[in-house]
Design a protein around this ligand. Structure first.
Ligand code: NAP
Length: 490
């Protein structure tokens, strides 16, 4: 007899840990958390590039029930996030439930349980939760000749220490990761060429150290930190609502954000030609904007060059564009993650009657009821599903999902049931409502997004990543969704 766990959680990042904490609270103690990497923390374990920091205010980037009074800065560096993840795992007894270095390759619903295949083993559980993240499959660009490059190549999501002293570096990509990394590379390398395909909206970063006496205050009076968190969440919510979700009604706020970023660029870069190249031609919010106080300024340094011609090929010693060839010693790939080909889902998931989640999403539409459950997939919670991401702090999404789980499992138990499955009707209505909101209100449909190359959009050209509602609405839905939206079976 193979051991049957109460639940298997795939992913030991903040999403998976939040789900495990909730399952334990619900009395499901026989849990197994499977993690591909060699330790916990997800994004904050994998990403170690210089300059890594959270790019929304730290007081909002933690579980509300586990505030961290120790953040050293308003935008804490990556290693503090990793330490916070370790602290949570220890306090909530999660580490003993985790198995590292285990890559799940498939999951199948069999009669009344899930069979999960990983590393030649099969694990069995009544419930399956996938928390594999959106940004977990690093993308290597498909540029001709890349394999022939003789120098060092490093992807930001697989960082290894590189000594850049006296070396010529090239970096491909100007997303949120590159914005943090480029100033650091410029400090170390003798020459740096930045290969940009699409510029990014960057606003000033109101970052500063949190003085020890404020941290002490947060430790002694958690209420004070809750007030700061509330303020931070309110500001983020206003930004998300005005810039993205209610673009139709609040277009002026979106324009103001663009102006704010342009003024920031203007203050740091005097050369109009360079400014033009660094200015996006798509609406603010179509793709993830970011904060930085030294990104634009870096391009004014004499040894830093911005290259905007497309990279045509890479040879053993450099990169070739229409503008010429650039010799480099080190190539940095800040080329992001593959969301829509190798993710959604991150491995094969087969539900009732052989229904294949990945195929179904691709042939129909990317969809999940409340961003979490899918008809035909009993006892399955897919945390990083279409329309799940709510607000700007990932913890908003995580805690909405924990609330949804609480309501769902409590209702299932009170009915003497052990199996839940969302109804087709509830799913269809949710999808229709989300699509209508995206189409009628958001920047994704009403703004100029065609040139943004945004990973928010899938192959069908639909922006199905973010939930197009306020976080208040998302919290309300998680706490009060009609229980008739689920079938409960024994
Ligand atoms: P990204 O936003 O997807 O950016 C990838 C960059 O690589 C883009 O500039 C893209 O250009 C470029 N690129 C990809 N393939 C290319 C090719 N073949 N030729 C030329 N350029 C190419 O990835 P990311 O910067 O890693 O950021 C991903 C997300 O991680 C962010 O949006 C953010 O949500 C998160 N993040 C968070 C933090 C934080 O909180 N601390 C920090 C960093 C990142 P195009 O735009 O033209 O495709």
């Amino acid at each position: 007899m193979t051991r049957r766990y109460d639940a298997i959680v795939v992913g030991a990042g903040f999403g998976g840990m939040g789900a495990a904490i909730e399952l334990k609270r619900l009395g499901l103690h026989d849990l197994l958390i499977l993690e591909r990497e060699d330790d916990l923390g997800g994004t904050w374990h994998v990403n170690r590039y210089p300059g890594l920091a959270v790019d929304i205010p730290s007081p909002t980037y933690s579980y509300s029930f586990e505030p961290n009074p120790h953040w050293s800065r308003l935008f804490a560096p990556g290693e503090e996030l990793k330490r916070y993840a370790e602290h949570v795992a220890k306090k909530y007894g999660l580490r003993p439930l985790m198995r590292f270095g285990v890559t799940v390759t498939g999951a199948r619903w069999q009669d009344d349980h899930w069979q999960v295949a990983a590393g030649g083993e099969t694990f069995t559980a009544r419930y399956l939760v996938t928390a594999t993240g959106f940004l977990s499959m690093p993308r290597t660009p498909d540029i001709a000749g890349i394999e022939s490059f003789r120098g060092e190549v490093v992807h930001t999501a697989a960082w290894k220490p590189v000594d850049l002293t006296g070396k010529r570096a090239g970096i491909i990509g100007t997303g949120a990761t590159a914005v943090q990394l480029i100033p650091e590379l410029a400090r170390a390398a003798s020459a740096l060429t930045v290969f940009q395909r699409t510029p990014i909206w960057v606003s000033p970063k109101p970052d500063h150290p949190i003085p020890p006496r404020v941290r002490q205050l947060f430790t002694r009076l958690p209420f004070a930190q809750r007030a700061v968190r509330w303020l931070g969440n309110t500001i983020l919510e206003l930004m998300m609502i005005s810039g993205v979700v209610h673009y139709k009604q609040l277009r002026v706020a979106n324009r103001l954000a663009e102006r704010w970023c342009r003024a920031h660029l203007h203050r740091q870069v005097r050369d109009p030609d360079l400014r033009r190249k660094l200015t996006p031609d798509y609406s603010f919010g179509c793709k993830r904007p970011t904060f930085s106080n030294d990104y634009f300024r870096t391009f004014t340094k004499p040894h830093v060059r911005l290259e905007t011609s497309a990279v045509e090929r890479i040879d053993e010693g450099g990169l070739v564009t229409a503008a010429g060839r650039t010799e480099i010693d080190v190539l940095v790939l800040a080329t992001g993650f593959d969301l829509w080909d190798t993710n959604f889902p991150a491995f094969e998931v087969i539900g009732r009657d052989g229904k294949d989640l990945g195929k179904w999403w691709r042939h129909n539409r990317f969809q999940a009821y409340e961003g979490m459950t899918v008809p035909g997939f009993p006892n399955y919670l897919s945390l990083n599903s279409p329309y799940s991401y709510s607000g700007l702090s990932y913890f908003t999404t995580i805690e909405c999902q924990m609330t949804h789980m609480r309501r769902l499992f409590t209702a299932m138990r009170s009915r003497g049931s052990t199996v839940f499955e969302v109804t087709q009707k509830a799913n269809d209505e949710f999808l229709k409502r989300m699509r209508t909101k995206v189409t009628q209100n958001t920047v994704f449909s009403l703004g100029h997004c065609a040139t943004a190359h945004s990973y928010y959009f899938n192959h069908h050209g639909e922006a199905t990543l973010l939930r197009p509602t306020s976080t208040t609405s998302a919290h309300r839905a998680a706490a009060r969704f009609p229980l008739s939206h689920y079938d409960f079976l024994v």
